[in-house]
Write a protein that binds this ligand. Structure first.
Ligand code: CA
Length: 306
């Protein structure tokens, strides 16, 4: 079997507490990375860490920990961007150079499940390598500016975090014509991880156990918001790469548009932000994943517990 060659760009934050505010960070990158590590048809060529859910000072050591604990340390890990692209002072980093070197050797799929800053920097520094990127799979986007990302039932709207943290990184991928696949909230909110799923993972191998334990506080945070479980956003990207037949998608066009910021809790309508919108109007062509096949939840659990 020809294995798919995948580079992972991740803002891993499993088990971390939030920077400068109360609560825990998302655990979803851990599910995506572990699922890829366990997939028979995937070869992970490297992992680059990026800021996002947490600081680069956390995502980098966590990436190294996952490689050493669950992949025998055989996957090389590199420290990437700690902040969004600054177009007036474009700096490369260890991860961007390693990704460039890997792409020079062979084409790869990039699973970018944080802000795509390292990929954007790569395109600025090495635009000639754009043809070596088979596909970038990202977690971002929505259909209209009125669609919102609901967490629980208390009226809280979540950010389109990866996109919000580095708009320019996404623009760079579109403008370079890199094949982009988006796994937005629209698909991940159809998939739930609940307490019984964590109980099942707790009976699995050490990778499953680590994820289960670290996910309890994250789950509780969602339950406190009125949800019955949490959406494992990033695992839709890894699942799409492993088994695209389990994911339902359509071809749309993407563009950036500025509208009022729906995540700001105020009646003062003075805060705006960019939205990543996907529809049939003019824009950059993307594959937009919006649903999973029947029986998906079992497929997901089986892929993690194998
Ligand atoms: Ca992530």
């Amino acid at each position: 079997m020809m294995k798919k060659k995948v580079w992972i760009d991740t803002d891993l934050s499993v088990g971390m507490t939030r920077h400068k505010r109360d609560g825990y960070c998302d655990v979803d990158d851990g599910y995506a990375v572990l699922q890829l590590m366990k997939a028979d048809n995937i070869e992970i060529c490297g992992i680059s860490a990026v800021f996002g859910n947490t600081l680069i000072e956390n995502s980098y050591p966590l990436s190294k920990q996952m490689s050493s604990d669950f992949a025998l340390g055989e996957i090389p890990v590199f420290r990437g961007a700690g902040e969004a692209i600054n177009l007036r002072e474009v700096k490369s980093n260890e991860a961007v150079e390693a990704l460039a070197e890997a792409l020079q050797k062979q084409p790869m799929i990039i699973m970018a499940i944080g802000p795509a800053t390292n990929v954007g920097l790569l395109l600025l520094k090495y635009p000639e390598l754009k043809n070596k990127i088979q596909e970038v799979v990202l977690v971002a986007g929505r259909r209209t500016a009125q669609d919102y990302f609901k967490i629980g039932n208390k009226g809280n709207h979540a950010q389109d975090l990866n996109f919000d943290l580095d708009n320019d990184a996404f623009r760079l991928m579109f403008e370079h014509g890199v094949p982009v696949t988006l796994c937005p909230f629209e698909i991940s909110n159809k998939v739930w991880v609940k307490a019984e799923d964590l109980d099942a993972l707790a009976k699995g191998d050490k990778g499953n156990q680590w994820l289960a334990e670290a996910s309890r506080a994250w789950l509780q945070q969602w339950v406190d918001q009125g949800a019955e479980g949490f959406n494992p956003f990033d695992v839709l990207a890894s699942h799409y790469i492993i088994a695209p037949e389990d994911i339902i998608s359509e071809y749309l066009n993407a563009r950036l548009e500025i509208h009022q910021d729906d995540t700001v809790k105020t009646n003062v309508k003075e805060v705006f932000k960019s939205y990543l919108l996907c529809d049939k109007k003019e824009g950059f062509p993307v594959k937009y994943c919006y649903d999973v096949v029947p029986g998906y939840h079992k497929k997901l659990m089986d892929s993690l517990l194998k």
